[in-house]
Design a binder for this molecule. Structure first.
Ligand code: MG
Length: 116
């Protein structure tokens, strides 16, 4: 089923890859944010079905932004996208109630979790 998705990622190049992966799979990318503060504002405004959230960003990082979104909307569905060295966040991701942590380069795993 097609989902309305907010993509949060500070690397422009990586953001384009993620957006293309989602759109090619039939999802609607309703917003793109490059930092946690913009992500919060856009979440409130757009109320997407799902958020893909980068971890390392300048200013408010993705873990903090995910916590803030969950505090505002306990039903929010947030998929944390990591780099290879960010598996250390797995426990934290579970604690904050995100739907998962997946390597941002593994598009098939991303789509599997987005679609579930
Ligand atoms: Mg980043």
């Amino acid at each position: 089923m097609s989902k309305r998705i907010l993509v949060v990622e500070d690397s422009t190049m990586m953001r384009k890859v993620i957006v293309k992966t989602l759109r090619d799979a039939g999802h609607e990318v309703v917003g793109e944010a490059a930092n946690g503060a913009d992500a919060l504002e856009m979440y409130e405004r757009l109320r997407p079905d799902l958020v893909t959230m980068d971890i390392t960003m300048r200013g408010m990082d993705g873990i903090t932004a995910a916590k803030e979104i969950m505090a505002r909307d306990a039903k929010a569905r947030i998929l944390i996208l990591s780099n290879m060295d960010e598996d250390k966040y797995r426990g934290e991701v579970e604690r904050i109630g995100a739907i998962g942590l997946v390597n941002k380069h593994k598009s098939e795993q991303i789509l599997a979790l987005v679609g579930s």
